[in-house]
Design a binder for this molecule. Structure first.
Ligand code: RIB
Length: 308
């Protein structure tokens, strides 16, 4: 089993369930409020550990109660959180999340300590790390993500970037990636297209255009339409598992954590995407970010009983 290194964010999620999402300027009444550990980096780390990976995380939190809770949460999920650095003078990252009746969400983050993660913070974690899988997202400063991809490249690792939150990215970064895993919004923004939905029949061409930006493989995450994978050898659809959605928060993170574990175990790419699809589908059936991430036995049982 190859080791997995996650470089990224930790947030405390403030979640309110609502009937619908508010329009600009509108006030609506919500239902339940909860605080749930989240952050795209931490979610991917927890997903990879719960699904059986050997996982280390690098990130920053404030020297506050949320920082301690999030770091302890990682450790109790089995993640080596020794490189999650408590940082003075700044608050732990938070996310404000609204989740509507059918599970769709709106998220705003205040990065806090996540914005203090700098390239030199990565060096201790990379010193004894090689031939593993590195998971990256975009809730850390771009220069840190770029430095991580460069360091990973030199160590015969597989680098997976989740380009979330959506942003335009330099080719120097995209060329250093083994996998780019955008959702619909992120894919269209990377291609300079207006926001919208991606029709399944358009996915192969869009995937090829993303491939031309530099990554070795593109996995388009298309929600209930499944995933479309494109590289030099293969262009293939992986249908989604059909579930009743409760909350889509962290479904993409669960997908990436699961993809990393399966690749770390030596699975073929189609098998790894099938596993990631199942883990992500299960995460959508429960509320919250890390609270919704399934265990390995739950995913294995589910795959035995259902087809994607
Ligand atoms: O991907 C879901 C995550 O996005 C949430 O947990 C929130 O913290 C934001 O980072």
């Amino acid at each position: 089993m190859k080791p997995i290194l996650v470089i990224g964010s930790l947030n405390m999620d403030f979640v309110v369930q609502t009937e619908t999402l508010p329009l600009p300027g509108e006030t609506i009444k919500g239902r339940d409020f909860s605080m749930i550990p989240g952050g795209k980096g931490a979610n991917q780390a927890v997903a990879a550990a719960r699904l059986g990976g050997s996982v280390r995380m690098v990130g920053r939190v404030g020297q506050d109660e949320f920082g301690r809770t999030l770091t302890e949460g990682l450790a109790s999920a089995g993640v080596d959180a020794g490189q999650v650095l408590p940082t003075s003078g700044v608050a732990t990252g938070v996310a404000l999340i609204l989740v509507e009746r059918e599970g769709q969400n709106q998220i705003t983050i205040a990065a806090g300590a996540n914005d203090r993660l700098e390239p030199p913070d990565l060096e201790p974690a990379f010193q004894d790390f090689s031939r593993g899988i590195v998971l990256l997202q975009l809730e850390s400063p771009l220069q840190t993500v770029e430095a991580a991809a460069r360091l990973a490249c030199r160590r015969e690792t597989t680098t997976i970037l989740d380009p979330a939150p959506a942003a335009a990215l330099p080719q120097t970064l995209l060329r250093n990636l083994d996998f780019l895993t955008p959702n619909e919004t992120e894919a269209l923004l990377l291609l300079g297209e207006p926001p919208g939905e991606i029709r399944l029949e358009d996915a192969p061409a869009l995937g090829r255009r993303l491939l031309e930006l530099g990554p070795a493989t593109v996995v388009l995450k298309l929600g209930d339409k499944g995933a479309w994978m494109v590289n030099r050898h293969l262009s293939r659809h992986f249908p989604a598992y059909s579930v009743k959605p409760v909350d889509a928060t962290a479904a993409g993170d669960t997908f990436n954590g699961a993809l990393a574990v399966s690749l770390a175990e030596g699975a073929s790419l189609p098998r790894a995407i099938g596993f990631a699809n199942a883990a992500a589908a299960l995460s959508v059936t429960l509320p919250g970010a890390q609270a919704s991430i399934p265990s390995r036995s739950q995913v294995d049982r589910y795959r035995g009983e259902h087809r994607g």
